[in-house]
Design a protein around this ligand. Structure first.
Ligand code: ZN
Ligand code: ZN
Length: 233
């Protein structure tokens, strides 16, 4: 017990004293980040995007939503992706998700806080991992992103949703197979908040998030919005 306290204090002290280092190039960090000013300037921000699906809009276009969302509005009431899934964010996300690089995850959530979407005003819901995958990885990347966001924004994290099916990796499947793969992949275990914000690391086709939104609607939600770190264009 005592050892844990001392060790915890020591780790905390180490974090305060260690100089910030850019996780991308090793140069000194800037503005309190593990990222240097030059690498920060090269980040692929996704600032001009469709407010419903977060896909980037063509240059100079000022339409309220993209053509696809005009033709068939998605289930969610809004979506924002801080970045496009492009270098160097894609590499940071892979380090975070597949190589236990939790410092990369902390940096990404800090960067997400530099572009907080206006709709973020309710509980944050990290998209859950299946228990078996959580055991294999040791941490849940959506929860690791959501926790510091919730702490900074003073919002609750709601974890009443479970991944009930261990789905095949989505990247191996075409669009129709993705939808089949995700049928009933999520279940809500207690009444879902009316308004909530789903948080995830990457939005690819949106099929996984759509399945989560559907489960939340079944659980009583009326307004679900998505906040992801990166959108695959
Ligand atoms: Zn750098
Ligand atoms: Zn759209």
């Amino acid at each position: 017990m005592m050892f844990n306290k001392v060790y915890g204090a020591w780790t905390w002290l180490g974090q305060q004293l260690l100089p910030l280092r850019c996780l991308l190039c090793g140069a000194p960090g800037a503005d309190g980040l593990d990222l240097c000013a030059a690498c920060h300037a090269g980040l692929p921000w996704n600032d001009a995007a469709c407010p419903l699906c977060a896909l980037p809009l063509p240059d100079g276009e000022c339409t309220a939503r993209c053509g696809a969302c005009l033709r068939a509005p998605p289930r969610q009431h809004g979506a924002a992706a801080t970045f496009l899934y492009a270098a160097p964010v894609d590499g940071l996300l892979r380090r975070f998700k597949f190589h236990h690089d939790l410092a990369a995850g902390r940096l990404l959530s800090t960067l997400m806080l530099q572009r907080v979407p206006a709709f973020v005003d309710g509980p944050l819901l990290p998209v859950p991992l299946h228990r078996q995958r959580l055991r294999a990885r040791g941490y849940d990347q959506a929860l690791e992103l959501a926790r510091p966001l919730a702490r900074t924004l003073d919002l609750p994290v709601w974890q009443g949703m479970q991944r009930t099916r261990l789905t095949a990796p989505q990247s191996d499947l075409d669009a129709e197979a993705r939808r089949r793969n995700l049928r009933d992949a999520f279940a809500v275990t207690r009444p879902a908040p009316a308004r909530s914000i789903l948080v995830d690391d990457v939005m690819t086709t949106g099929a996984t998030l759509d399945a989560a939104v559907r489960a939340l609607h079944r659980g009583g939600s009326t307004h679900v919005r998505l906040w992801v770190c990166a959108r695959v264009p």
